[in-house]
Design a protein around this ligand. Structure first.
Ligand code: ADP
Length: 194
């Protein structure tokens, strides 16, 4: 299963991916986690990315594509992956399309977690208090939601036009949301198999 999880910051992509990877038996690839690891390790990528991430802006497409290309060349993604945090704009959606075509591994599904902004803002406040991620500061969250609306929302339309997008209600108990995603994936693969 090659799956992209879409959704605004704090919509639960990371949380749901961590659960789904167990059920689907494929790795969870989070570009946010990869970037945070690069920042923590002080790599050249991390040094470039830190200020951009703290401000809630998008790290450059070049950096992301290089990171993703490397990750997707590793052995453990042979049977699929759950991609979380990428693509975040139309250029990245295009780049992913090309990259997956090149390695002969097209996407099976794209699931968007739908969560209203008021809920997002509340969740990020809670995460900020617990984890102190600079980009969860309420002021930065508003900027991230703007970046999402302007740059990432069109990515959902991109997949919708290809008939790949499924939208799932991301509000509710964790188990409930996981169940909804799994049902969406089952319905999608039943439709694909006729
Ligand atoms: P969340 O899940 O809360 O949206 P992430 O952990 O996915 O947050 O991402 C944190 C930050 O990492 C983003 O705000 C952005 O600065 C950077 N980032 C992650 N993925 C990408 C990407 N595909 N393109 C550009 N920047 C990215």
């Amino acid at each position: 299963m090659r799956l992209v999880l879409l959704g605004p910051p704090g919509s639960g992509k990371g949380t749901q991916a961590a659960r789904l990877k167990v059920e689907l038996g494929v790795p969870h690839i989070s570009t946010g986690d990869m970037l945070r690891a690069a920042v923590a390790a002080g790599t050249p990528t991390g040094l470039k990315a830190k200020a951009v991430m703290d401000a809630g802006k998008l790290v450059s497409d070049d950096i992301l594509l290089a990171m993703l290309e490397e990750r997707l060349s590793q052995d453990d993604v042979k049977n699929g992956f759950i991609l979380d945090g990428y693509p975040r704009n139309l250029a990245q959606a295009d780049a992913l399309d090309h990259l997956l075509a090149k390695i002969g591994q097209p996407l099976d599904a794209v699931v968007k977690l739908d969560v209203p902004n008021a809920v997002i803002i509340g969740r990020c406040e809670i995460r900020f208090a617990a984890e102190h991620r600079k980009d969860d500061d309420p002021v930065v969250v508003r900027d991230r939601l703007k970046v999402y609306a302007e740059q990432t929302a069109p990515v959902a339309d991109f997949f919708e036009r290809r008939g790949k997008l499924q939208v799932v209600d991301g509000v509710g108990e964790l188990d409930e949301v996981t169940g909804r995603v799994k049902r969406a994936l089952d319905a999608g693969s039943a439709a694909a198999n006729g």
